[in-house]
Write a protein that binds this ligand. Sequence first.
Ligand SMILES: [Zn+2]
Length: 183
Amino acid sequence: MLHLIVVLSALCAVTLGCPSIVSRAAWGARPPRCNSPVMQSQRPMAIIHHTVTPSCYSLASCKRQLLGMQNYHMNSQKWCDIGYNFLIGEDGQVYEGRGWYRVGVHAGNVNPSSIGIAFIGNFSNRLPNSKAINAAKNLIQCAVSRNRLRSNYALRGHRNVMNTACPGNTLYRNILAWKNFRA
Ligand SMILES: [Zn+2]
């Protein structure tokens, strides 16, 4: 019993202020085909994306989207894993992609200096629901508290660093008002 309490309090200390993250194992991810480089700590940028896939509102439907994207990224794009570091469903969950430590493939030459966070769905004409937006904001704060992002990080949309419409007009207009947004 004492052992259990020690383990639980250690877990709470580590995850304080962080959203729960659905692990790769929990969504059935394939193992990566290669070891992508390890990322620097205290990265200067968080990049927001949308996936331009159907939306998802439950673990089962988000799993389907994640598995489809991972297959597309690995089989068609020939990347060694799903490209994003984290993905956000409208079930309010954060899903682990490449995670905290591996460089993603999502924003060209800023990949090594950024965390790529993708909302699952198409947000050109509507906003993600508030559960999803809050989950993303909590993840960003968590990244600062875990030293994965600098405290003076810049939040950007994919379109601010590459020639793309991502993360969609409606979502992009919303992130303009998020903490630390810098075009
Ligand atoms: Zn994007």
